[in-house]
Ligand binder design. Structure first.
Ligand code: NAD
Length: 251
């Protein structure tokens, strides 16, 4: 591997590291040499991931984080210590027709996916600017921030907002040597959704993806390591789509 992708000596915080893509990102970044701060609400899951990483010689610490709370974000960033990279991965979706979506569900989704990512990014950037330390923020958006599907209006809107927030922060913070980029994954198989891909509905969806398959978490590793490391040093304000061609399918 090129030295420029090497994360040796770097400290990376991953939000929502207790499951799915977040846990995978922590493994991937740790295997590239980083020490990893695992931040989420489910302490038991974080502790078992920490133990798994320790067995591989990866330094990891688990800290409590609820991205919906500014107080929790500040406490987590203080507990994390000096960081080089932040991966804003925590996210939720609530599936309901837009006409029936209650205000509280809108708030939960937008407060986690957009406001939460903003609080973590701003908290990290304040610390980097004060310490005159460069940093990289990787926001995990979605192809649903670029195109839409039904029944998840707040999710679509929050991910579109996150992509544009990425651009706004990249512009403002370049002067502090803080890079801000996003990854827009297509449909990726995780423990939460793996049963669905075997159903007729799941197969119908796969048929609309030009590569005729859904992604695996490892398919995001290239974009993640590029944006987190020196290899992506001249990149800021980018949103990299990793979707097997889903967003360029035929209209
Ligand atoms: P997941 O539900 O397994 O992971 C989401 C994580 O976020 C969980 O660990 C959860 O506990 C955490 N989280 C939720 N609310 C939180 C809060 N308030 N504070 C702290 N942590 C919180 O789902 P996933 O598929 O691994 O999704 C990870 C990210 O990737 C999300 O942002 C999601 O929108 C995005 N994404 C996923 C896919 C996919 O197909 N899996 C596609 C595009 C984007």
């Amino acid at each position: 591997m090129s030295k420029r992708f090497d994360l040796g000596g770097k400290a990376v915080l991953v939000t929502g590291a207790s499951s799915g893509l977040g846990a995978h990102f922590a493994r991937c970044l740790g295997e590239a040499g980083a020490s990893v701060v695992l931040a989420a609400r489910r302490a038991d899951r974080l502790q078992s991931l920490q133990a798994e990483l320790a067995k591989k010689g990866i330094q990891a610490k688990a800290i409590d984080l609820d991205v919906q709370s500014g107080e929790s974000v500040a406490a987590a960033l203080d507990a994390a210590g000096p960081l080089d990279v932040v991966v804003n991965n925590a996210g939720i979706s609530i599936v309901k027709p837009a006409l029936e979506m209650p205000e509280k569900d809108w708030d939960a989704v937008v407060d986690t996916n957009l406001r939460g990512a903003w609080l973590v990014a701003q908290g990290a950037a304040k610390r980097w600017a004060a310490d005159k330390r460069p940093g990289s923020i990787v926001n995990i958006a979605s192809i649903l921030g670029l195109r839409t599907i039904g029944q998840v209006a707040p999710y679509n809107a929050s991910k579109a907002g996150l992509i544009h927030l990425t651009r706004a922060l990249a512009m403002e913070w370049a002067r502090y040597r803080i890079r801000v980029n996003a990854i827009c994954p297509g449909y990726i198989e995780t423990e939460m959704n793996s049963a669905f891909w075997k159903t007729p509905g799941g197969q119908k969806l796969i048929d609309r993806i030009p590569q005729r398959r859904i992604g695996q978490p490892e398919h995001l590793d290239g974009a993640l390591l590029l944006l987190a490391s020196e290899a992506g040093d001249f990149m800021t304000g980018s949103a990299i789509t990793v979707d097997g061609g889903h967003t360029v399918n035929s209209l």
